[in-house]
Structure formats: structure tokens, C-alpha cells
Design a protein around this ligand. Sequence first.
Ligand SMILES: Nc1nc2c(ncn2[C@@H]2O[C@H](COP(=O)(O)OP(=O)(O)O)[C@@H](O)[C@H]2O)c(=O)[nH]1
Ligand SMILES: [Mg+2]
Length: 312
Amino acid sequence: MSLFKKKKKSDISKYLDSYKTNKSLAVKITELLGGYTDYHDDIYEELLVLLIEADVGVEASEKMIDQLKILVNERFIRKANDVIDLLIEIMIDNYKDKNILDINQHQNKFIMMVGVNGSGKTTSISKISKFYLNQGLKVGLIAADTFRAGAVEQLKKWAEKLGIHCITGGERVDPAAVIVDGCKYYLENPVDIIIADTAGRLQNKTNLMKELEKMVKVAKRTLKTDDLDIWLTIDATTGQNGLSQAEVFIESSKVNAVVLTKMDGTSKGGIVLSINDKYNLPVKFITYGESMDAIAEFDIENYVNTLIKGEF
Ligand SMILES: Nc1nc2c(ncn2[C@@H]2O[C@H](COP(=O)(O)OP(=O)(O)O)[C@@H](O)[C@H]2O)c(=O)[nH]1
Ligand SMILES: [Mg+2]
């Protein structure tokens, strides 16, 4: 089997591993629904609490439970298993409805990675680079986190390991200038995908916004395209708190996808549905460990099935 094309089966087992903490949710739902054939309001209330506890978010959970209630009645559903299947169907449909652009079919040229410090930008960039390299694509990096000490070196090291080029401008220089240098370099050299690392400090929100806006503007101008990707890394272990921290990035730049990191940690998993409901953002990749291969393209069907059933 080639390493370059991941088989469905191995993806599934990865998802299973990543979401194993959520098996308890499946068990809890089954236990809750198990003894009933008539689903009254108290049960829906308890189901709502289970979803909120799993990090699905209050609003998204309420919306889904409301839909569930209506459909259980309309379709005369009585068996617990059928209720669970319906909940899965609702979760998948809601996600798909909100993502008109299929991010997995979208061919990207320039990706700017944004997100709070420590959320996993630099590590994810190296994993994503490897993912695309494995598909035979040429990847180039731009080290535009010129703020955090050591950030440029960290990315350079990954680039060396992967055998790819990394444009740097040194530390403490204008990150937009590095972006321009990088885009120019990659225009003149054969590269399919450029990935730019950025600084994630939140201490000065206005500066951060201005800086990100400027980087996007110069990248668009240099590459002569409006079709740029801005991906936001969210640390899954930070749950709803991570989401509110990420809001500043969603406000300041046109984020079009999320890279959900550290799914191997203590994440309760439901966060994907919360991100999607709140911000209409699809999840492009999930990462689940320190190894370079601990990354997978996100698949909503696998995810929801594992979240709710803990199995396939
Ligand atoms: N367990 C685990 N740790 C991760 C994952 N992704 C990143 N990390 C760790 O999180 C820390 C911060 O990552 P880094 O890429 O430097 O974050 P940045 O500040 O956003 O660039 C590092 O110690 C990484 O090894 C992941 O998927 N799982
Ligand atoms: Mg970094």
C-alpha cells in the first residue's frame, strides 16, 4: 500500500483514536434513551446537557435537539437506535448546509495560518506540508511569525526536515515584507502551495488585526489573486474558551477553514459542531499528536459517527 494515498480504513481508525474520549458520550446517550419508547421533554433536556458537556456548544445543541424533537414526532420514531441515527443525520446535514464551499475539493495556492500562540500553527504547517508533499505537490513556506522569538528557526527546522524551501526575513522585521518576498520567490520558482506562518499574539488586538489585513493585502497584490486561504488553528483542548479566543481572528481576517489541533488531548470532541454553527466555518484538517503524520483531512461523517456512536 502506498503511503501517498491514505486508505479509508486507516483514516477511520485514526478518527477512532482521536475521539476515543467521546465513547462515553455514545454510552451515555444509549443509556439515556435505552429504556424509553416515548420521548418526553425531560429526555430531550438530558440529551441537551450531554451534548453541551461534549462541547457541542449551547446554541448548536439547542438547535439540534429542537430539530430532533420535531423529526422524532413526524417520523413516529420509537426505538433508541433510530433516535441516535436521526441525531447523527441532523448533525451531518447541519454541517453540510453551512459549508457551500467543499473545502476538501478546493485547490489552494496560498494558505496563511493564523491562530493564538500555542494553538499549533507552526507544527500544523509542517504536518500539512508533508500531507501535500505526499500527494506529489510542491510546497514552499514563508516564516512570517517575526514576533515570537525562535518561531522562524522552528519553521526553518521543519522545512529542512521535509526538504522544502522556507523564505525568512529574520526576526523582528515587518511580516508583510516577508510575505511579499516569499510570494515573489514562489512566483519565480515552481511551487504548488505556499504556506505562511504568522504571529498569534493577542495582547494587542488592533495591531494584530492591522498586521493580518496587511499580510493578506500584499499577498493578494503580489500573487495577483483574491483566492487566498486563511486557516485558523484552534486547540481542541481549550474547548469553548478556545473558540472565544479565536473570534478576534475571524473578525479581522477572512478565515475560510479551521485546523483543529490536539484532538489527542482531553478534547470532548463536539467542538467541530460548535465552530461550524457559530462561524459557518468548515474544518479542513484535524491533528492528533506530535508526530508529523498525526494529521487527517476532516470527514464529517466519520467524525459524527464516532462522536455519537464511538464506532462505525
Ligand atoms: N499533543 C499534541 N500536541 C500538539 C499538536 N499540535 C501541536 N502540538 C504542540 O503544541 C505546542 C504549540 O505548537 P506550535 O505549533 O508551536 O504553536 P503555535 O504557537 O501556534 O505556532 C507544541 O508543543 C506542539 O508540539 C497535536 O495535534 N497534539
Ligand atoms: Mg508558531
